[in-house]
Design a protein around this ligand. Structure first.
Ligand code: G3P
Ligand code: MG
Length: 259
């Protein structure tokens, strides 16, 4: 069964990158979510896609200028629907807490805005620290939450590798950039997995990637027919916003897909 990964949580039914979206993913049977990790002014990793607050909160300003106490005041749900008024922007530590409690696994996308040398250093140290802490925390049932760290910034992934030897890393590729870029990126990063845009995949490419010992997770697929085609080619995972027809519950009558 292909691994279905809820993109920014189940972002088709709840505001992206919020606890509500992560819980909606769990409720629909997703074992994995994807989320974007940036860094606040006070050095705290935060889950936000954009480099500024305007689109997905009632606040304003660039992420690197906002500290965590001020961020906690912002509403990250009303822009999506009044039903989600009062949702907060989660910190990475909120998500790792949920993961430790529920066994939810996460694809953390490194998306650092305003990457000065100082911010890169603080960011890598903080994110790698939280990932390592999660990996070291066994749950009561002995099942640990899984983590994959991805990024379009392959240099940042290579630097993350220096701080975390065992974490699974996956370079992301924008549409059209996969064919020319994947071999070099995999080598430089020590990646075990690649995250191309789904439009860059075909059956021969998937075979070539498997021959190279790599897993493949494609983004972002909301059409069940396309997802089934990718699954038939042997693609291991797809990132999806989770509309009707694209949840594990839809696919498997309630059985979550597993790696
Ligand atoms: O990981 C796939 C996808 O999240 C990459 O694009 O812009 O949604 O972060 P974006
Ligand atoms: Mg992302």
């Amino acid at each position: 069964m292909i691994q279905l990964i809820a993109h920014r949580g189940r972002s088709s039914v709840a505001p992206e990158n919020t606890a509500a979206a992560f819980e909606a993913a769990l409720a629909a049977g997703f074992a994995w979510i994807e989320t974007d990790v940036d860094l606040l002014e006070d050095g705290v990793p935060v889950l936000l896609h954009d480099d500024a607050l305007e689109r997905t909160t009632d606040g304003a300003g660039r992420v690197e200028t906002v500290a965590s106490p001020a961020l906690r005041e912002r509403d990250a749900g009303s822009w999506f629907s009044a039903d989600f008024a009062g949702e907060r922007v989660p910190l990475l530590s909120d998500l790792t807490g949920l993961m430790a409690r529920t066994g939810l696994s996460a694809n953390l996308e490194l998306k650092l805005s305003h990457p000065t040398a100082e911010r890169v250093e603080r960011y890598l140290e903080a994110v790698a620290g939280e990932v390592e802490e999660l990996a070291a925390a066994p749950r009561d049932d002995g099942e640990g939450a899984g983590v994959v760290v991805s990024s379009f910034d392959h240099g940042l992934l290579a630097a993350f590798r220096e701080r975390s030897e065992r974490t699974r890393l996956a370079p992301l590729f924008r549409p059209g950039e996969f064919a020319a870029g994947w071999r070099r990126a995999v080598q430089d990063i020590g990646a075990s997995r690649v995250h191309p845009h789904h439009g860059d995949l075909g059956p021969r490419t998937v075979e070539e990637l498997h021959d190279a010992g790599l897993d493949v997770a494609a983004w972002t697929v909301n059409d069940p027919a396309r997802a089934r085609q990718l699954a038939d080619w042997g693609v291991e995972g797809v990132c999806t916003d989770g509309p009707a027809g694209m949840t594990p519950a839809d696919w498997d009558r309630g059985d979550s897909p597993s790696e």
